[in-house]
Design a protein around this ligand. Structure first.
Ligand SMILES: Cc1cc2nc3c(=O)[nH]c(=O)nc-3n(C[C@H](O)[C@H](O)[C@H](O)COP(=O)(O)OP(=O)(O)OC[C@H]3O[C@@H](n4cnc5c(N)ncnc54)[C@H](O)[C@@H]3O)c2cc1C
Length: 376
């Protein structure tokens, strides 16, 4: 393989390029990305970056791929691929041939309307626009009580906005289980967020903002709506290529779509499973790039699930499957004080709530069959 193209320059694309060079690939490496900024940390956008005193450019990641890996970077949008001929086409008509292709085009935020008062948060430019609007202290309705919605609610409250958050069921329960979700929801309420348990039927513009209609018929009027309702994979450019299965990009356990085409990150159902979080994008990219160079000799995907969030003064890290049932062993600290190290030994999960612990140690605790008396 002499000529590899990477479509998408998020963390998966960056990691894939880095992996190729580290593994001795000396051929031509071309990265195509439509975001005007160099690769940045998306997780930071909904956390510290909503603080108006933060420098958004601090989210830019070290670009080793471009600086030291002799990469050609094309700022542009890939609009099509001929997988048999080995060519991708860009929006301006330019064609770039490849003999190996890495698909890492991620996702885009879903939304209800095209109205400018409805915000979403996926890109650095989204963060700049949202932060600037929130700084004017509008009334805000946030739709979605997952990590993104809750982190934006936290940032909006810190900026002095009136914040209502609509979520069907307990916020954060899907991502972290009920024990941690109750703690985060109580913290949100303590910080002045009004949480409304409902489904949203529609969002429509008014003369002064937007109206959110709920399933019980009631309406919420606010100047700004932030939709944090999930994302859609950027696979439009793959339509008709023969690479999609029932509209999805689905890879094997080493990220392969074909022998010379692999995929990684939020865009792909890796091994049939979609895991749209930061550490998964990195692990998948390492494996997919290795599979492109070494085929079956690449390792199979096998990573410890890991996720973290910062909201309402709480930092929560969780390793292992989401603990949907069962009470944890409180290894240290206390749930009442919202500072604790928790273990679900039968499930293989552990969580640290406002408790300093390096991630590798949290992984070890999660995997241990018995709970240590103390980890200190
Ligand atoms: C605000 C926010 C906060 C988050 N917080 C956390 C967190 O706390 N913890 C966690 O684990 N995860 C978090 N995530 C998820 C995590 O950031 C993603 O899983 C990760 O960034 C996915 O990386 P990726 O490279 O697969 O995709 P992306 O980061 O989406 O990168 C894809 C790239 O492809 C480009 N692209 C798309 N289509 C095309 C095209 N047709 N042609 C050329 N280029 C294209 C895009 O411009 C983009 O640069 C968060 C995500 C967001 C948005």
């Amino acid at each position: 393989m002499h000529n590899i193209v990477i479509a998408g320059h998020g963390i998966a694309g960056l990691t894939a390029g880095d992996t190729l060079r580290r593994q001795g690939f000396e051929g031509t490496l071309t990265v195509i990305g439509e975001d005007p900024h160099p690769t940045y940390s998306r997780p930071a956008l909904s956390k510290a970056a909503l603080d108006p005193t933060a420098d958004l450019m601090d989210t830019i990641l070290p670009t080793t791929t471009h600086d030291t890996h002799h990469t050609t970077t094309i700022h542009g949008c890939v609009t099509g691929v001929d997988a048999d001929a080995g060519v991708v086409t860009l929006a301006d008509g330019i064609q770039v041939p490849y003999d190996g292709l890495i698909i890492a085009t991620g996702t885009r935020a879903r939304r209800f309307t095209d109205d400018p008062n409805e915000y979403t948060l996926r890109t650095l430019d989204d963060a700049a626009a949202l932060r600037s609007r929130l700084s004017t202290k509008p009334s805000v309705t946030i739709i979605g009580g997952g990590p993104l919605g809750m982190e934006v609610a936290s940032g909006a409250r810190a900026l002095g906005c009136r914040v209502r958050l609509v979520q069907f069921g307990l916020p954060m329960a899907v991502q972290m289980g009920p024990v941690i979700a109750h703690i985060l929801t109580a913290a949100a309420t303590d910080h002045g967020v009004e949480i409304i348990d409902a489904l949203v039927k529609s969002v429509s513009p008014t003369s002064s903002g937007l109206t959110v209609e709920l399933d019980d018929g009631s309406v919420l009027d606010s100047e700004v709506v932030v939709s944090a309702i999930g994302d859609s994979a950027n696979t439009d450019w793959l339509e008709g290529s023969g690479l999609l299965t029932d509209g999805r990009l689905v890879s094997d356990s080493q990220g392969r779509i074909r022998d010379n085409i692999v995929a990684a990150g939020d865009v792909v159902w890796f091994n049939g499973q979609r895991c749209p979080v930061w550490t998964s994008a990195i692990e998948e990219a390492r494996i997919a790039a290795t599979a492109l160079l070494h085929g079956n000799d690449a390792p199979e995907i096998s990573y410890q699930p890991y996720f973290w969030t910062d909201q309402f003064g709480l930092n929560v890290k969780i390793s292992g499957p989401v603990p949907h049932e069962g009470d944890p062993v409180v290894v240290e600290g206390s749930l009442a004080e919202r500072s604790a190290l928790l273990h679900w030994p039968e499930l293989g999960s552990a969580a640290a709530i406002n408790y300093r612990m390096p991630v590798p140690r949290l992984h070890r605790l999660a995997k241990s069959a018995t709970t240590p008396v103390s980890t200190a």
